[in-house]
Design a protein around this ligand. Structure first.
Ligand code: ATP
Ligand code: MG
Length: 564
């Protein structure tokens, strides 16, 4: 069940009040506006959930609009990935919209501003513009080109549009106030020359509108009522409003800011994630250790768990750092309900059951979920040769070790009680295999004479199990805050964030596993088949499937099983 603790966050209160006052005729239209210059991360999920939830809750609509006005950084692959990720998260956006579809109208708005003497072509160099802009403590100075006539501005802007100038020679600037305490209002650039091909408009344009100009007008053209964005845009709101106030637009959306999501032990910034990928600290954008939604999907995160997490953390104006443990617990709660149970052995120890007939195989019924009858059962096979976890045997076990040791009896999940009779070692003294006996009267796991056997361990049949590589993931960074004390976050990477275990043995049914289907490997955690073999050169063999550990079990399994 998805929690709905968002009830009454401040944005919802504003929207309710607006509906009550029949503002925007009671309509609600929101948008999620990514720039297609990278892949989405879990921080974006917060914005996606907020925008779509508000629209859905109030019978409105939410657009997916690409803020694609910077052609040098944007790519079609990002557009494709973002669309499919939003769908994967469970949201319908109809047709995707693009700011680039409004380039004609944005150009006309720029001309309108010039005609109203609210914009001018400036011929200062980038360095000069910076110098004239002043600082937080010093007012700016007017550009010497500020008083160009409307006619001259119109003609220069046309020349800019026609490609008659090189990059940086001229810019179009809004004429606001060079002495404003808000630097964003010191005659911001609204158009610049960029001789770059755009993923959607190709070479049609050589001038491109800046973000602040594009965003508010795109919102207005789409009839957005509530333009929800993160706090860093708070200082841009006066420019958002100024622009819309000057121009004849269909409406004037209300910008409302909320705090970005931060999570400990990771970083949520496209730019920084890009560095991790480019410097090969991780293996691509969908590396399961990354907080990118593609990485999380590959790791086995479910859309429901991410939506639930976003609901639980809520929406506020106050920045905070959320515990990764909360995200993981949302995931476990969901997987505990849904994930079929199977058995797999990560570090195998061979057992020969000496009194079990050679050549015999029997089928045993195993529950796919301990509580959910409707998830059914499956048949697993049992034979004379099985594998158990190396950790489930100790040569000199303490009294409370309820697993295997010389002379000790243990329950094999869904099978029999077995007793360890002998320990076989290799030349260097390492335990190589165990010789055990089974009690044929204990099929299913209970002794008819009522003797108590506390421990239950998982196992697989050595005759038909599959080989697999399993990848265990730990936090990507060592410190809660990877940039603590202004450290370069790269210094803080956890060298043990990935552990590969190559010769795992999994029950046969897993040969039909599909990526993204998450299983609980009993006692070990949740795992899913990896969807890629991008580093297949490191794999044991091409045919060996790779499973990712999605998340561990709630408690250390030793503790969990002691309680039973
Ligand atoms: P980054 O800083 O990671 O590169 P961004 O803000 O540049 O992210 P955009 O594509 O511009 O990425 O973001 C699209 C929307 O997602 C924006 O409205 C932005 O406010 C929101 N967003 C981005 N990161 C977060 C976050 N960590 N928490 C909440 N919302 C976010
Ligand atoms: Mg941004």
């Amino acid at each position: 069940m998805e929690s709905d603790v968002t009830k009454g966050h401040f944005i919802e209160s504003i929207i309710k009040e607006d509906i009550k006052n029949n503002k925007n005729s009671g309509k609600v239209v929101t948008r999620f506006p990514p720039e297609p210059n990278g892949y989405l991360h879990i921080g974006h999920a917060k914005s996606i959930c907020l925008n779509f939830n508000m629209a859905n809750k109030f019978n409105g609509k939410c657009n997916l609009r690409f803020d694609d006005s910077n052609p040098t950084k944007e790519k079609q692959t990002y557009i494709d990935s973002i669309k499919s990720t939003v769908n994967w998260l469970g949201f319908e956006f109809g047709t995707a919209l693009f700011a680039s579809d409004y380039f004609d109208r944005l150009h006309d708005f720029a001309v309108e501003l010039i005609k109203k003497d609210k914009a001018y072509v400036c011929s200062l160099t980038a360095d000069n513009i910076r110098e004239y802009r002043g600082t937080l403590t010093q007012p700016g100075k007017d550009s010497p080109y500020r008083e160009r006539s409307v006619a001259e501005n119109l003609s220069l802007f046309t020349q800019m549009k026609n490609g008659e100038f090189g990059e940086g020679e001229h810019t179009l600037r809004a004429k606001i106030d060079m002495k404003s305490p808000n630097i964003n209002l010191r005659d911001p650039i609204i158009y610049r020359v960029k001789k770059a091909s755009h993923p959607r408009t190709g070479l049609q344009w050589c001038i491109y509108p800046m973000y602040d100009f594009t965003h508010c007008l795109s919102d207005a053209l789409e009839g957005i009522t509530h333009s929800l964005c993160s706090l860093e845009f708070e200082d841009h709101r006066p420019l958002y409003d100024w622009t819309l106030d000057q121009l004849e637009t269909p409406c004037h959306p209300q910008q409302i800011e909320f705090a970005r999501m931060n999570i400990n032990y990771t970083i949520l910034s496209k730019r920084k994630l890009q560095r991790l990928v480019e410097e090969n600290h991780v293996q691509g954008w969908d590396d399961p250790r990354l907080p990118t939604l593609e990485g999380m999907k590959r790791r086995g995160y479910t859309p429901e768990s991410i939506r639930n997490f976003c609901n639980i953390i809520g929406v506020s104006k106050k920045e905070s750092r959320i515990d990764m443990g909360l995200l993981e617990s949302c995931l476990r709660d969901d997987l505990n309900e849904k994930a079929p149970r199977v058995m797999g052995v990560l570090r195998p120890l061979k057992i020969i059951i000496e009194n079990y007939p050679e050549g015999r195989t029997e089928e045993l019924a195993a529950k796919n979920h301990p509580q959910k009858k409707n998830m059914g059962t499956r048949n697993i096979t049992f034979s004379r040769k099985i594998y158990v976890e190396q950790d489930d045997f100790m040569e000199n076990p303490p009294r409370k070790f309820f697993r295997l040791g010389p002379g000790r009896e243990v329950r094999l999940r869904y099978a029999y009680l077995i007793t360890c009779k002998d320990v076989i070692k290799d030349e260097s003294g390492n335990v190589k295999e165990l010789i055990c006996t089974y009690d044929p009267a204990t099929r299913g796991g209970n002794a008819p004479d009522g003797r108590k056997v506390k421990g239950t361990i998982h196992w697989v049949n050595a005759n038909d199990c599959i080989d697999a590589e399993v990848r265990l993931y730990d936090r990507l960074f060592k410190d809660e805050n990877p940039e603590q004390d202004k450290q370069d976050f790269i210094e803080n990477l956890n060298p043990k964030s990935l552990e590969k275990i190559e010769s795992c043995k999994l029950e046969k049914s897993l040969s039909n596993a599909e990526p993204e289907n998450v299983y609980q490997f009993e006692r070990l955690g949740y795992f899913c088949l990896d969807s890629k073999d991008r580093d297949s050169k490191n794999q044991v063999s091409k045919d060996t499937p790779v499973f990712n550990r999605t998340v561990t079990m709630r408690d250390a399994w030793a503790k969990l099983y002691k309680k039973r």
